[in-house]
Write a protein that binds this ligand. Structure first.
Ligand code: ZN
Length: 197
């Protein structure tokens, strides 16, 4: 896991800097951030979170091996696997993944799931298709969330409830860009709160 962090750090910083220049809109499109991610190691139990607060916009992308949420990484075949896949999709899409300081009044405006297994054909025309299931049978996904915060200055904490929703996460490396600066932290099930500094 340590190796994973070291290998992805530089790419993440570059991605976040680029996103800041673009106002974060790249996340709604395709190709920009996940091409970086696919250079990273695929480590079961580990996830990555990119957070950018820009004006009223709050952009959060979760990158993870499918194993962490699904328990397998192939296309669901049995009825049990199909049920599990449906449940995982609704959990990812529901509002339980993140909780914000209520005073900030953040409302979700967009959600997109990029996964060949959970959401086939989720690629845009300009996509690099690099996050297709790999030949060794492993597969990642990206869940991209956008929020609009009426009072972004009052956003003090982001509780990452991903751990609560999915027990497969042991650690999530966070790279966050706030108006006051950039931070990188490791979150765990016991320490799941990202403090906005
Ligand atoms: Zn895997």
């Amino acid at each position: 896991m340590t190796q994973h962090v070291v290998r992805t750090r530089i790419g993440q910083l570059a991605t976040i800097a680029a996103l800041a220049l673009l106002g974060g809109n790249a996340w709604a499109g395709s190709g920009h951030s996940h091409s970086r991610h696919n250079d990273a190691a695929h480590v079961h139990g580990a996830g990555e979170l990119e957070v950018v607060l820009d004006g009223n916009g709050l952009f959060i992308s979760l990158y993870s091996p499918l194993e962490n949420v699904l328990g397998f990484e192939h296309s669901p075949k049995t009825d049990a696997e199909k049920v599990k896949a449906r449940r995982v999709k609704s959990l990812l899409q529901a509002n339980g993944m993140f909780a914000f300081s209520p005073e900030a009044q953040c409302k979700r405006t967009s959600y997109k799931l990029y996964s060949d297994v959970l959401n086939p054909h989720s690629h845009g025309p300009g996509d690099d298709h690099k996050h297709h299931a790999s030949e060794d049978g492993h597969a990642d996904f990206r869940a991209a969330y956008e929020f609009e915060c009426a009072e972004p200055a009052k956003l003090k904490v982001i509780d990452v409830r991903v751990f609560r929703q999915f027990s497969g996460f042991e650690k999530i490396e966070v790279q966050a860009l706030f108006p006051t600066g950039q931070i990188g932290v490791s979150l765990t099930p016991k320490q799941s709160t990202l403090v906005v500094q």
